[in-house]
Design a protein around this ligand. Structure first.
Ligand code: FAD
Length: 284
Protein backbone atom coordinates (compact mmCIF):
# COMPACT_ATOMS: atom_id res chain seq x y z
CA UNK A 1 0.00 0.00 0.00
CA UNK A 2 2.96 2.34 -0.59
CA UNK A 3 2.96 4.28 -3.87
CA UNK A 4 5.93 4.22 -6.23
CA UNK A 5 8.13 7.32 -5.87
CA UNK A 6 6.95 10.45 -7.69
CA UNK A 7 7.79 14.13 -7.96
CA UNK A 8 5.28 16.69 -6.74
CA UNK A 9 4.67 20.27 -7.91
CA UNK A 10 1.97 22.76 -6.95
CA UNK A 11 0.59 24.64 -9.96
CA UNK A 12 -0.48 28.25 -9.35
CA UNK A 13 -2.62 28.65 -12.47
CA UNK A 14 -4.37 26.56 -15.13
CA UNK A 15 -1.73 27.64 -17.66
CA UNK A 16 1.05 26.40 -15.39
CA UNK A 17 -0.73 23.08 -14.80
CA UNK A 18 -1.12 22.56 -18.57
CA UNK A 19 2.51 23.48 -19.15
CA UNK A 20 3.64 20.90 -16.57
CA UNK A 21 1.37 18.20 -18.04
CA UNK A 22 2.64 18.88 -21.55
CA UNK A 23 6.23 18.14 -20.60
CA UNK A 24 5.33 14.47 -19.96
CA UNK A 25 1.62 13.82 -20.72
CA UNK A 26 1.79 10.07 -20.07
CA UNK A 27 3.92 10.35 -16.92
CA UNK A 28 2.04 13.16 -15.14
CA UNK A 29 -1.25 13.29 -13.23
CA UNK A 30 -3.26 16.14 -11.81
CA UNK A 31 -4.28 15.77 -8.19
CA UNK A 32 -7.31 17.62 -6.79
CA UNK A 33 -8.93 16.11 -3.67
CA UNK A 34 -6.82 12.95 -4.06
CA UNK A 35 -9.65 10.74 -2.82
CA UNK A 36 -9.58 8.59 -5.92
CA UNK A 37 -6.04 9.19 -7.11
CA UNK A 38 -4.17 8.50 -3.85
CA UNK A 39 -5.78 5.04 -3.31
CA UNK A 40 -5.02 4.30 -6.98
CA UNK A 41 -1.34 5.16 -6.40
CA UNK A 42 -1.22 3.14 -3.19
CA UNK A 43 -2.55 0.10 -5.01
CA UNK A 44 -0.04 0.84 -7.79
CA UNK A 45 -2.82 0.85 -10.38
CA UNK A 46 -1.07 4.02 -11.59
CA UNK A 47 2.53 5.12 -11.05
CA UNK A 48 2.95 8.61 -12.51
CA UNK A 49 6.41 10.19 -12.34
CA UNK A 50 4.91 13.60 -11.47
CA UNK A 51 1.86 14.76 -9.51
CA UNK A 52 0.67 18.27 -10.36
CA UNK A 53 -1.33 19.58 -7.40
CA UNK A 54 -4.05 21.96 -8.65
CA UNK A 55 -5.73 22.69 -5.31
CA UNK A 56 -4.29 26.21 -5.09
CA UNK A 57 -5.63 27.43 -8.45
CA UNK A 58 -8.04 30.26 -7.60
CA UNK A 59 -9.68 30.40 -11.06
CA UNK A 60 -10.94 26.83 -10.58
CA UNK A 61 -12.75 27.58 -7.31
CA UNK A 62 -16.10 29.00 -6.29
CA UNK A 63 -19.79 28.91 -7.15
CA UNK A 64 -21.27 31.86 -9.06
CA UNK A 65 -25.05 31.99 -9.50
CA UNK A 66 -25.70 34.49 -12.31
CA UNK A 67 -28.91 35.55 -14.02
CA UNK A 68 -28.68 33.11 -16.94
CA UNK A 69 -26.26 30.47 -15.79
CA UNK A 70 -24.41 28.99 -12.85
CA UNK A 71 -20.64 28.46 -12.86
CA UNK A 72 -19.10 25.91 -10.54
CA UNK A 73 -15.32 25.79 -10.38
CA UNK A 74 -13.96 22.28 -10.86
CA UNK A 75 -12.19 22.42 -7.48
CA UNK A 76 -15.42 22.95 -5.57
CA UNK A 77 -15.71 20.20 -2.97
CA UNK A 78 -18.77 18.04 -2.39
CA UNK A 79 -19.09 19.73 1.04
CA UNK A 80 -19.11 23.21 -0.53
CA UNK A 81 -21.81 22.11 -2.97
CA UNK A 82 -23.81 20.77 -0.05
CA UNK A 83 -23.46 23.98 1.98
CA UNK A 84 -24.03 26.68 -0.67
CA UNK A 85 -27.35 28.46 -0.08
CA UNK A 86 -27.42 30.35 -3.43
CA UNK A 87 -26.82 27.06 -5.26
CA UNK A 88 -29.47 25.32 -3.18
CA UNK A 89 -32.01 28.01 -4.09
CA UNK A 90 -31.24 27.78 -7.81
CA UNK A 91 -30.63 24.03 -8.10
CA UNK A 92 -31.71 22.07 -5.01
CA UNK A 93 -30.60 18.83 -6.64
CA UNK A 94 -26.98 19.67 -5.71
CA UNK A 95 -27.68 19.46 -1.99
CA UNK A 96 -29.75 16.32 -2.47
CA UNK A 97 -26.95 14.56 -4.37
CA UNK A 98 -24.01 15.86 -2.29
CA UNK A 99 -25.72 14.61 0.83
CA UNK A 100 -25.65 11.08 -0.60
CA UNK A 101 -21.93 11.07 -1.45
CA UNK A 102 -19.85 8.94 0.90
CA UNK A 103 -19.16 10.52 4.31
CA UNK A 104 -18.02 13.95 5.60
CA UNK A 105 -14.31 13.09 5.22
CA UNK A 106 -14.70 12.30 1.52
CA UNK A 107 -17.05 15.25 0.99
CA UNK A 108 -14.55 17.66 2.54
CA UNK A 109 -11.74 16.67 0.17
CA UNK A 110 -13.30 15.31 -3.02
CA UNK A 111 -14.08 17.79 -5.81
CA UNK A 112 -16.76 17.81 -8.46
CA UNK A 113 -14.09 18.26 -11.15
CA UNK A 114 -12.14 15.25 -9.86
CA UNK A 115 -15.30 13.18 -9.84
CA UNK A 116 -16.27 14.14 -13.41
CA UNK A 117 -12.74 13.77 -14.81
CA UNK A 118 -12.35 10.40 -13.12
CA UNK A 119 -15.63 9.16 -14.68
CA UNK A 120 -16.23 6.28 -12.29
CA UNK A 121 -19.24 4.44 -13.72
CA UNK A 122 -20.93 4.69 -10.29
CA UNK A 123 -20.15 8.32 -9.37
CA UNK A 124 -23.06 10.64 -8.59
CA UNK A 125 -22.16 13.97 -10.26
CA UNK A 126 -22.09 12.64 -13.85
CA UNK A 127 -25.84 11.87 -13.68
CA UNK A 128 -26.58 15.29 -12.18
CA UNK A 129 -24.65 17.33 -14.76
CA UNK A 130 -26.24 15.35 -17.60
CA UNK A 131 -29.76 15.94 -16.24
CA UNK A 132 -29.02 19.66 -15.83
CA UNK A 133 -27.74 19.96 -19.44
CA UNK A 134 -24.43 21.31 -18.14
CA UNK A 135 -21.44 22.21 -20.28
CA UNK A 136 -17.95 21.35 -19.10
CA UNK A 137 -15.24 23.96 -19.67
CA UNK A 138 -11.99 22.31 -20.67
CA UNK A 139 -8.72 24.23 -20.80
CA UNK A 140 -5.82 23.21 -23.03
CA UNK A 141 -2.67 24.80 -24.44
CA UNK A 142 -4.65 26.06 -27.43
CA UNK A 143 -7.45 27.70 -25.42
CA UNK A 144 -10.70 26.63 -23.90
CA UNK A 145 -13.62 24.59 -25.23
CA UNK A 146 -16.96 23.50 -23.88
CA UNK A 147 -18.36 19.98 -24.09
CA UNK A 148 -21.97 19.06 -23.31
CA UNK A 149 -22.02 16.81 -20.24
CA UNK A 150 -23.97 14.18 -22.20
CA UNK A 151 -21.03 13.87 -24.64
CA UNK A 152 -18.23 13.98 -22.05
CA UNK A 153 -18.36 10.43 -20.65
CA UNK A 154 -17.03 7.87 -23.10
CA UNK A 155 -16.49 4.64 -21.17
CA UNK A 156 -15.53 3.41 -17.72
CA UNK A 157 -12.91 5.88 -16.37
CA UNK A 158 -12.80 7.48 -19.81
CA UNK A 159 -13.87 10.94 -21.00
CA UNK A 160 -13.18 13.30 -23.89
CA UNK A 161 -10.43 15.00 -21.80
CA UNK A 162 -7.04 14.92 -23.50
CA UNK A 163 -3.88 14.02 -21.51
CA UNK A 164 -2.75 17.66 -21.15
CA UNK A 165 -6.19 19.16 -20.56
CA UNK A 166 -7.74 20.49 -17.38
CA UNK A 167 -11.43 20.48 -16.52
CA UNK A 168 -11.78 24.08 -15.32
CA UNK A 169 -15.48 24.59 -14.56
CA UNK A 170 -19.03 23.39 -14.98
CA UNK A 171 -21.62 25.73 -16.53
CA UNK A 172 -25.33 25.09 -16.02
CA UNK A 173 -28.14 27.08 -17.63
CA UNK A 174 -30.52 28.55 -15.01
CA UNK A 175 -33.66 26.43 -15.00
CA UNK A 176 -37.05 27.88 -15.96
CA UNK A 177 -39.20 28.91 -13.00
CA UNK A 178 -41.12 25.97 -11.57
CA UNK A 179 -38.61 23.32 -12.64
CA UNK A 180 -38.65 20.31 -10.31
CA UNK A 181 -35.56 18.23 -9.56
CA UNK A 182 -34.75 14.93 -7.96
CA UNK A 183 -31.73 12.70 -7.38
CA UNK A 184 -31.96 9.25 -5.89
CA UNK A 185 -29.78 6.16 -5.83
CA UNK A 186 -29.39 2.68 -4.51
CA UNK A 187 -26.16 2.99 -2.50
CA UNK A 188 -23.46 0.38 -2.48
CA UNK A 189 -23.43 -0.62 1.21
CA UNK A 190 -19.65 -0.30 1.60
CA UNK A 191 -18.64 2.74 -0.46
CA UNK A 192 -21.89 4.62 -0.88
CA UNK A 193 -21.36 4.81 -4.65
CA UNK A 194 -24.47 4.40 -6.83
CA UNK A 195 -25.35 0.88 -7.84
CA UNK A 196 -27.92 2.78 -9.89
CA UNK A 197 -28.55 6.53 -9.57
CA UNK A 198 -31.11 8.73 -11.34
CA UNK A 199 -31.06 12.53 -11.64
CA UNK A 200 -34.06 14.19 -13.27
CA UNK A 201 -35.46 17.64 -13.94
CA UNK A 202 -38.87 18.57 -15.37
CA UNK A 203 -41.33 21.42 -15.69
CA UNK A 204 -45.01 20.55 -15.63
CA UNK A 205 -46.73 22.77 -18.19
CA UNK A 206 -50.55 22.63 -18.49
CA UNK A 207 -50.47 19.20 -16.86
CA UNK A 208 -47.87 17.64 -19.14
CA UNK A 209 -44.12 17.09 -18.89
CA UNK A 210 -42.00 19.78 -20.52
CA UNK A 211 -38.20 19.67 -20.87
CA UNK A 212 -37.87 16.39 -18.99
CA UNK A 213 -34.22 15.53 -18.71
CA UNK A 214 -32.73 12.44 -17.05
CA UNK A 215 -29.16 11.43 -16.17
CA UNK A 216 -28.36 7.84 -15.23
CA UNK A 217 -25.28 6.55 -13.39
CA UNK A 218 -24.18 3.18 -12.05
CA UNK A 219 -26.20 1.14 -14.53
CA UNK A 220 -23.75 1.03 -17.44
CA UNK A 221 -20.05 1.57 -18.15
CA UNK A 222 -20.53 5.35 -18.01
CA UNK A 223 -23.22 7.86 -17.12
CA UNK A 224 -25.68 8.59 -19.91
CA UNK A 225 -28.92 10.50 -20.58
CA UNK A 226 -32.21 8.68 -20.08
CA UNK A 227 -33.48 9.80 -23.46
CA UNK A 228 -35.76 6.80 -24.02
CA UNK A 229 -37.87 7.61 -20.95
CA UNK A 230 -37.69 11.38 -21.55
CA UNK A 231 -38.81 11.08 -25.18
CA UNK A 232 -41.68 8.74 -24.28
CA UNK A 233 -42.98 11.21 -21.67
CA UNK A 234 -42.52 14.42 -23.68
CA UNK A 235 -45.84 16.25 -23.81
CA UNK A 236 -47.62 13.54 -21.77
CA UNK A 237 -49.03 13.79 -18.24
CA UNK A 238 -46.77 12.27 -15.56
CA UNK A 239 -49.43 9.68 -14.71
CA UNK A 240 -48.57 6.44 -12.93
CA UNK A 241 -49.18 4.45 -16.13
CA UNK A 242 -47.03 6.70 -18.34
CA UNK A 243 -44.23 6.71 -15.79
CA UNK A 244 -44.25 2.93 -15.48
CA UNK A 245 -44.07 2.51 -19.25
CA UNK A 246 -41.25 5.09 -19.56
CA UNK A 247 -39.23 3.32 -16.85
CA UNK A 248 -39.83 -0.05 -18.47
CA UNK A 249 -38.72 1.20 -21.90
CA UNK A 250 -35.56 2.81 -20.47
CA UNK A 251 -34.61 -0.32 -18.56
CA UNK A 252 -35.23 -2.60 -21.57
CA UNK A 253 -33.11 -0.40 -23.86
CA UNK A 254 -30.09 -0.16 -21.55
CA UNK A 255 -27.13 -2.53 -21.74
CA UNK A 256 -26.35 -2.85 -18.04
CA UNK A 257 -23.05 -3.50 -16.33
CA UNK A 258 -22.39 -6.75 -14.51
CA UNK A 259 -19.89 -7.03 -11.64
CA UNK A 260 -19.31 -8.90 -8.41
CA UNK A 261 -21.88 -6.81 -6.58
CA UNK A 262 -24.76 -6.71 -9.08
CA UNK A 263 -25.57 -8.68 -12.21
CA UNK A 264 -26.73 -6.94 -15.38
CA UNK A 265 -30.24 -8.33 -14.81
CA UNK A 266 -30.34 -6.93 -11.26
CA UNK A 267 -29.08 -3.52 -12.41
CA UNK A 268 -31.69 -3.45 -15.21
CA UNK A 269 -34.37 -4.17 -12.64
CA UNK A 270 -33.03 -1.41 -10.33
CA UNK A 271 -32.86 0.97 -13.27
CA UNK A 272 -36.57 0.45 -13.95
CA UNK A 273 -37.51 0.78 -10.28
CA UNK A 274 -35.36 3.85 -9.61
CA UNK A 275 -36.47 5.62 -12.79
CA UNK A 276 -40.09 5.01 -11.80
CA UNK A 277 -39.49 6.28 -8.26
CA UNK A 278 -37.62 9.38 -9.46
CA UNK A 279 -40.38 10.28 -11.93
CA UNK A 280 -43.12 9.65 -9.37
CA UNK A 281 -41.28 12.02 -7.00
CA UNK A 282 -41.26 14.69 -9.73
CA UNK A 283 -44.96 14.14 -10.41
CA UNK A 284 -45.97 14.39 -6.75
C1 FAD B 1 -14.48 5.91 0.72
C2 FAD B 1 -14.92 6.66 -0.51
C3 FAD B 1 -16.28 6.72 -0.80
C4 FAD B 1 -16.71 7.41 -1.94
N1 FAD B 1 -18.06 7.45 -2.21
C5 FAD B 1 -18.49 8.14 -3.28
C6 FAD B 1 -19.89 8.22 -3.58
O1 FAD B 1 -20.75 7.76 -2.85
N2 FAD B 1 -20.25 8.89 -4.71
C7 FAD B 1 -19.32 9.49 -5.55
O2 FAD B 1 -19.72 10.07 -6.55
N3 FAD B 1 -18.01 9.44 -5.26
C8 FAD B 1 -17.57 8.79 -4.16
N4 FAD B 1 -16.22 8.75 -3.87
C9 FAD B 1 -15.28 9.44 -4.79
C10 FAD B 1 -15.00 10.84 -4.32
O3 FAD B 1 -16.13 11.64 -4.60
C11 FAD B 1 -13.75 11.41 -5.03
O4 FAD B 1 -13.36 12.50 -4.31
C12 FAD B 1 -13.92 11.83 -6.47
O5 FAD B 1 -14.33 10.80 -7.30
C13 FAD B 1 -12.60 12.32 -7.06
O6 FAD B 1 -12.43 13.62 -6.72
P1 FAD B 1 -11.01 14.14 -6.22
O7 FAD B 1 -11.12 15.63 -6.19
O8 FAD B 1 -10.67 13.46 -4.95
O9 FAD B 1 -10.07 13.73 -7.44
P2 FAD B 1 -8.57 13.10 -7.48
O10 FAD B 1 -8.55 11.81 -6.73
O11 FAD B 1 -7.61 14.16 -7.06
O12 FAD B 1 -8.44 12.87 -9.03
C14 FAD B 1 -9.19 11.85 -9.67
C15 FAD B 1 -8.76 11.80 -11.16
O13 FAD B 1 -9.24 12.96 -11.86
C16 FAD B 1 -8.14 13.72 -12.39
N5 FAD B 1 -8.49 15.13 -12.15
C17 FAD B 1 -8.82 15.69 -10.95
N6 FAD B 1 -9.21 16.95 -11.13
C18 FAD B 1 -9.12 17.21 -12.45
C19 FAD B 1 -9.40 18.36 -13.27
N7 FAD B 1 -9.90 19.48 -12.74
N8 FAD B 1 -9.19 18.28 -14.60
C20 FAD B 1 -8.73 17.12 -15.17
N9 FAD B 1 -8.46 16.00 -14.45
C21 FAD B 1 -8.66 16.04 -13.11
C22 FAD B 1 -6.89 13.24 -11.64
O14 FAD B 1 -5.73 13.36 -12.43
C23 FAD B 1 -7.25 11.79 -11.37
O15 FAD B 1 -6.98 11.01 -12.51
C24 FAD B 1 -15.76 8.07 -2.77
C25 FAD B 1 -14.40 8.02 -2.46
C26 FAD B 1 -13.98 7.34 -1.35
C27 FAD B 1 -12.50 7.33 -1.01
Amino acid sequence: MIPAAFDYIRAGSIAEAIDLLQRDPDGSKLVAGGHTLIPTLKLRLASPALLVDIRGIAEMKGIAVNEDSIRIGALTTHAELLASEPLHKALPIFRQAANLIADPQVRNRGTIGGSLANADSAADWPAVVIALKAELEIASATGSRRVAARDFFVDIFSTTLGPSEVLAAIHIPCPAAGTRFTYRKIRHPASGYAVVGIAAAVRINAGVAANLSIGITGAASHAFPGDIAAEFLAGKPLSQGNIEEAARLQSAATECLSDRYASAEYRASLLGTETRRALLALAA
